[in-house]
Design a protein around this ligand. Structure first.
Ligand code: GTP
Length: 394
């Protein structure tokens, strides 16, 4: 009897052992043949040392409840949605008010002084001080005060006439006769080329981006050239400005020759039959000779293919005399044809418009009035003076 029991136990042990061996080898075989999980995904099977799955609070859905895709699944990236830049007319109305807010202390101050019952020598001195504090510059200030003195003496000082006299004389000072149009039309069957120069931090790259938007709003086809190869982020920044409005940006590796990037950008512009190529440059002011070499070379290289139709110098309105010093250095390095005065929204010293035009003998063509993408406007002397005097309706 005992023999039988031992025999049955023995057979049972063999059977269980065989069964366990069979199951293990099947599992191993399955593990070898299954495809490895895609990167970033987790396997469903727990492994040694794995924690148990966190219990889920939400009720599980049955297959019938789940929303199944009805059509083919689209795996393509959605096309980027291009922005529509604000039209020039629209931005002028908006920016005029901003200009008036920042510049009104000068206009209001002048008007208050000229409206005094008696305008004596002290008053004229106060007027002079006010103009000089607003960065108008000594010579233009003296000129303006001389003209105001004469007219006040001849025409009297009723409050209405004083306002008119001041307005007219300020417009004359800003010089409405200067040609402020931008040379951005194709020339000789080639794109116009605008070289944008200025010290880093003045808002140069931002201005190129904003200007591209102004031109796109005018239905122009634009190509950007990131010839500021000194700072890698500048090229990146410019490319982003371009992408937002569907404008291509030609860039080179960090530290590469700015002239070769400018050349490539113009070549691309010619190939694509663009209207304008806007070239951003690095304006390191380490010394005048270096700056002249760099900008001179960029210009020469561009002109092997197309004419540089415009050289815009970007100046920060908040830097006052420092900005004028920069203007002098750049004027010697390259033929500046227009000035872009940025950050006028952050400075109550709008007189810099007058001073910088006198210094360079070239007009302010554009003004930057904020960090927004469409906060760049053409400079209009009459609108500027109206803003100074708090008149925003014209
Ligand atoms: N408030 C105000 N800020 C401005 C204006 N224009 C530019 N900025 C700001 O000025 C800063 C410098 O602008 P950038 O365009 O990077 O200056 P940059 O001269 O190109 O400098 P790099 O790229 O180093 O060559 C940014 O924060 C801009 O948003 C403006 O009209 N008003």
């Amino acid at each position: 009897m005992a023999d039988y029991i031992y025999l049955i136990i023995g057979i049972a042990v063999l059977l269980v052992g065989g069964l366990v061996g069979l199951v293990t080898s099947t599992v191993r075989r399955r593990g070898r043949t299954s495809t490895p999980p895609a990167p970033g995904t987790t396997t469903a099977e727990p492994r040694v040392g794995d924690d148990a799955e966190t219990p889920r609070d939400t009720p599980t859905r049955t297959v019938e409840d789940a929303d199944l895709p009805t059509g083919p699944v689209d795996t393509l990236e959605p096309a980027p949605v291009l922005e529509t830049p604000e039209s020039t007319a629209g931005r002028l109305v908006r920016l005029r008010q901003r200009l008036a807010r920042s510049q009104s202390p000068l206009g209001r101050g002048l008007l208050a002084l000229l409206s005094r019952d008696v305008i004596d020598e002290d008053t004229w001195e106060e007027i002079e001080d006010l103009l000089i504090t607003a960065d108008v510059g000594v010579a233009p200030t003296q000129e303006l005060v001389a003209r105001l003195r004469t007219r006040v003496k001849v025409e009297g000082v009723s409050s209405a006439s004083v306002q008119d006299i001041l307005r007219e004389e300020l417009v004359t000072l800003v010089d409405p006769s200067l040609d402020r149009s931008l040379a951005v039309d194709r020339k000789d069957g080639k794109p116009a080329v605008v070289l944008v120069v200025g010290v880093n931090g003045t808002g140069k790259t931002t201005t190129v981006g904003k200007l591209a938007r102004v031109l796109v709003a005018e239905d122009k086809q634009v190509v950007l050239g990131a010839a500021d190869t000194f700072r890698a982020a500048a090229a990146e920044q410019l490319a982003t400005w371009g992408e937002r409005v569907g404008v291509p940006a030609v860039r080179g590796p960090e530290g590469s020759d700015p002239a070769s990037v400018a050349f490539e950008a113009v070549r691309t512009g010619i190939e694509q039959e663009a209207d304008v190529v806007l070239v951003d440059t690095a304006g390191r002011l380490q010394n005048k000779a270096g700056l002249m070499d760099e900008l001179g070379k960029v210009k020469r290289v561009i002109e092997k293919q197309a004419t540089v139709t415009e050289v815009l110098l970007v100046l920060d309105a908040t830097t006052g005399q420092n900005g004028l010093q920069q203007a002098r250095v750049f004027r010697e390095a390259v033929d500046v044809t227009g000035i872009v005065l940025t950050k006028l929204d952050g400075s109550a010293k709008g007189g810099i418009v007058v001073a910088v035009q006198r210094e360079l003998g070239v007009p302010v063509k554009l003004v930057g009035l904020g960090e927004g993408a469409d906060d760049l406007a053409p400079f209009d002397p009459a609108a500027f003076v109206d803003a100074l005097m708090g008149v925003t309706a014209s």
